[in-house]
Design a protein around this ligand. Structure first.
Ligand SMILES: Nc1nc2c(ncn2[C@@H]2O[C@H](COP(=O)(O)OP(=O)(O)O)[C@@H](O)[C@H]2O)c(=O)[nH]1
Ligand SMILES: [Mg+2]
Ligand SMILES: [Zn+2]
Length: 305
């Protein structure tokens, strides 16, 4: 005797999968269940949170050559924001947002600087956080990534090899531009070229000033961060004068292209020393004494409309 069985056709699940999820950074359409964007590797939780909360996230581009101190700076910035140092109140969104802070503080606590950032987009640390700022406690959702200096160089030489770079530069409302004060004071300007090229690319990718108002987007704000200010006291005490004396090409380029530029001095450590590791001299932090870390970020967030 034939028995009848009921087999539910769960076609609605297929329909759910068919609706794509647009990446918040590069606008590539992804599977709804994916964790990271197939094209730029940005976490798709940014797009999900943005869609659910109906609050668009502002992108901050953190640019700088390899070795200027981006990872140390951004990692410690997140650590300080989470401990509510300064006027900003910050909440992390998405579990991946903690990785950068975790890697940096673990390394510094063990007496090392963080490891060199890899080029692999899958290992790029992304931070998505909600910041409350100003007297009226205005809320802003912010996204940024710790991209290695080598990735910027590769992307400039071979456009399209790292889609996240162009997507960030095209979308950013603020730029944290890191320059090594120690190298600038010594008259070493090799790192400037990469920054000048990236600034020019931002100008090219973003709408022209006439179209800014039409697209309801204002020009990106530029926060120049002179890193390793512990080694050059004037970068910490008078950052603008330092930039005018030692980084005039960079400063003038920013001022020519963008309406708002501010200069800050920052350092993660109070002093550095050297340790011999496997016969190689390795620079290590002697004491973690953050200075001027939150200010450049706070200025950007407070002034980003
Ligand atoms: N003196 C000093 N050196 C620093 C500071 N931050 C970073 N460094 C040095 O710069 C190196 C590169 O830092 P890192 O954050 O990896 O740079 P990134 O390549 O731009 O991410 C570190 O290994 C340290 O030797 C700082 O605040 N003071
Ligand atoms: Mg790095
Ligand atoms: Zn993407």
């Amino acid at each position: 005797m034939a028995t009848l069985t009921r087999l539910p056709l769960e076609t609605y699940l297929l329909a759910g999968q068919a609706a794509p999820l647009e990446c918040a950074i590069c606008r590539h359409e992804n599977r709804v269940s994916a964790e990271a964007c197939h094209r730029c590797s940005a976490p798709l939780s940014v797009a999900r949170i943005q869609r659910d909360k109906k609050r668009p996230a502002s992108v901050i581009a953190c640019i700088g050559a390899s070795g200027v101190g981006k990872t140390a700076y951004l990692g410690l910035l997140m650590d300080m924001l989470m401990r509510q140092v300064g006027s900003l109140k910050t909440t992390l969104l998405g579990p991946q947002s903690i990785s950068l802070q975790q890697a940096t503080t673990t390394a510094l606590a063990a007496g090392w600087y963080p490891d060199k950032t890899t080029r692999d987009p899958e290992h790029t640390c992304w931070v998505h956080c909600r910041v409350e700022c100003g007297r009226r406690r205005r809320r802003a959702d912010v996204v940024f990534a710790d991209i290695s200096g080598d990735t910027f160089t590769d992307e400039l030489e071979h456009p399209g090899s790292y889609p996240a770079v162009r997507a960030i530069l095209e979308k950013c409302s603020g730029v944290l531009m890191l320059a090594d004060a120690q190298r600038l004071q010594a008259g070493e300007h090799d790192d400037d070229y990469i920054l000048l090229k990236l600034l020019s690319l931002i100008g090219e990718l973003q709408p022209t000033p006439k179209k800014w108002s039409r697209r309801k987007k204002s020009a990106p704000l530029i926060s120049i961060v002179l890193t390793k200010a512990d080694t050059t006291p004037t970068a910490a005490s008078e950052p603008l004068a330092f930039a005018e004396n030692h980084a005039s090409a960079l400063l003038n380029d920013c001022r020519r292209r963008f309406p708002k530029t501010e200069v800050f001095g920052a350092s993660v450590t109070g002093a550095s020393g050297y340790r011999l590791v496997g016969g190689r001299r390795c620079c290590v932090p002697l004491r973690v004494e953050p200075q001027g870390i939150v200010e450049p970020f706070a200025w950007l967030v407070e002034n980003m409309a």
